[in-house]
Ligand binder design. Structure first.
Ligand SMILES: Nc1ncnc2c1ncn2[C@@H]1O[C@H](COP(=O)(O)OP(=O)(O)OP(=O)(O)O)[C@@H](O)[C@H]1O
Ligand SMILES: [Mg+2]
Length: 503
């Protein structure tokens, strides 16, 4: 059999009376063997890594590698109908996906095909899926805060637009909840959100979809579904698809926020693919290039300079660990390529401290540069106060009498901080409101309140201030700071509130 065959096909779009000047050249190869979702093919001498090929059934495949004269192809779809001896067509195209504004509000698969039954999505432009990240000269330092609506994050571990923040923790510790709350909080803030589900069961995706629908978050959100029931190739591709769509909006000058839920599953999927490709397994049986696979993705986040549109892309990759062990191969890799991590702890979650983020192990390496001046000022000593409170609490477990006045005051302050950072799910709090809470805290107004009173204060104070001074929120947002006038308004409102409402 001839190993190399080329076909010249006439262009079917040309009408009869037109002369055929255009040719579509394609190479035809043959399937030699099928290993689950990996196809070994012969007779495609000019195809390259990352190019797309088409099987006789119309299914697409992605060229993953080569051995001597054979090509290794990952099937992006159903591989069950592919048999040895089938033809494969290579048109010399790399993998490009359609992008457009019409994707907002839709649920799509890794090939940008709609999954929500709402009809086709129109797209005129195509973007390459495996694109090189923008270089240093194309970016500017981050300067704007990404409001997550979770007080513990905005005040103590702030996130900036263009940052990559890892969410790491055991199963069922509230990782997805924090990420989805951040999506809910982008309502009306002109940020496009993308939720990318990788290797998770359909039920997990459904829960997220319900929350997004309930809070009308689909007006600005795209969901990329690479759930566990779709083909391995599509699951592998899902985060790159989400990133490609994000890039389209970023280049248009928009702010984009992408959640990858989760990259541990993505690493497992890539390990499966690599083992079937007979690549040498390394640490924890992952292939040697797993670091590259993730860094190539994570690097694509950033803040573009104004000449390039000035858009930004913020990433929240999620990583699941076992028994709180962050020293695994994938987790250490991703920790090293992100700008900080949020560590979710099972003991904290079980104690009822939700969101269960452990301060000691969580850090945001760049976010505080972009914090609002008012927030920066108010949250300056929050982390230290809280950590000292935790330490003191441990010590006082042994000794309950004879505490110094200072220690007692610290315990009370710590307790108040504790009550402020415990937050219900799916109820993001605006930055203006957080600033009011923290202002009251730093003035010592919450120190002598019981937990239930602090809860009542949180529920009522914003409305109270809005009634007294309707322009408060707009003023804080426009200046991002508390000037003397706003401070005096806050002082008098808080004084009245505590004398009227809290008995
Ligand atoms: N702040 C919160 N207040 C109350 N309940 C919460 C809070 N955060 C999370 N939960 C609950 O905890 C459970 C686990 O949350 P979530 O699914 O976000 O965790 P996860 O770490 O993403 O889990 P998985 O490992 O399954 O992905 C959910 O039932 C959720 O409703
Ligand atoms: Mg989750």
């Amino acid at each position: 059999m001839k190993s190399r065959r080329r076909q010249r096909l006439s262009n079917p779009q040309l009408k009869n009376n037109q002369t055929e000047t255009a040719f579509s050249v394609r190479e035809v190869g043959l399937v030699q063997s099928v290993r689950k979702f990996i196809i070994i093919a012969k007779g495609l001498p000019s195809c390259m890594n990352g190019q797309i090929v088409e099987f006789a059934s119309g299914t697409l495949g992605l060229v993953m590698g080569f051995t001597e004269d054979k090509v290794q192809i990952l099937v992006l779809g159903d591989a069950s109908s592919i048999r040895a001896g089938d033809e494969i067509y290579n048109k010399g195209q790399s993998l490009n996906l359609p992008v457009s504004d019409a994707f907002i509000g839709r649920i799509i698969n890794s090939l940008c095909q709609p999954q929500d039954g709402l009809g086709p999505i129109e797209a005129k432009e195509y973007y390459p899926v495996f694109k090189v990240a923008p270089g240093v000269m194309e970016r500017v330092p981050v300067k704007e805060t990404l409001e997550t609506g979770t007080l513990i994050l905005d005040a103590i571990i702030p996130i900036a637009k263009g940052q990559r923040q890892l969410l790491i923790g055991d199963r069922l510790t509230g990782k997805t909840t924090v990420a989805v709350d951040a999506i809910l909080n982008q309502k009306g803030k002109d940020v496009i959100c993308i939720y990318c589900c990788i290797g998770k069961p359909y039920s997990s995706l459904l829960k997220v979809l319900d929350i997004l629908k309930e809070h009308d978050a689909f007006e600005y959100t795209i969901v990329v579904s690479g759930i566990a029931s779709v083909s391995t190739g599509e699951q592998y591709l899902a985060p790159y698809t989400a990133c490609t769509l994000g890039e389209y909006f970023m280049h248009k000058g928009k702010d984009v926020f992408v959640v990858f839920d989760d990259l541990t599953k993505h690493a497992w999927i890539y390990r499966q693919i690599s083992l079937l490709l007979e690549r040498a397994p390394g640490r924890e049986a992952y292939p040697g290039d797993i670091f590259y696979i993730h860094s190539q993705l994570v690097e694509r986040a950033g803040y573009l300079k104004p000449e390039l549109g000035g858009g930004s892309m913020t990433f929240f990759p999620i990583v699941e660990i076992l028994q709180g062990d962050v020293t695994g191969y994938i987790s250490t890799n991703i920790i090293s390529m992100t700008d900080g991590q949020l560590y979710f702890s099972t003991p904290l979650f079980n104690k009822g401290f939700k969101p269960a983020i452990d301060f000691g192990l969580s850090v945001s390496r760049i976010g505080n540069k972009a914090q609002w001046p008012a927030m920066k000022q108010l949250s300056k000593s929050l982390r230290l106060d809280y950590l000292q409170y935790k330490e003191l609490l441990q010590m006082t477990q042994l000794r309950t009498t004879g505490l110094s006045k200072e220690a007692e005051a610290r315990l009370r302050r710590g307790e108040a901080i504790n009550q402020l950072i415990i937050q219900d799910k799916n109820k993001p709090v605006s930055l203006e409101e957080q600033i009011i809470y923290l202002y009251a805290l730093t003035k010592g107004l919450l120190d002598n309140l019981a937990a239930s009173q602090i809860r009542q204060f949180r529920q009522e104070i914003l409305e109270f201030i809005k009634k007294r001074y309707p322009a408060f929120c707009a003023k804080v947002r426009s200046t991002m700071d508390l000037d003397d006038e706003l401070k005096s308004v806050l002082d008098s409102c808080l004084k009245d509130y505590f004398s009227e409402a809290i008995k």
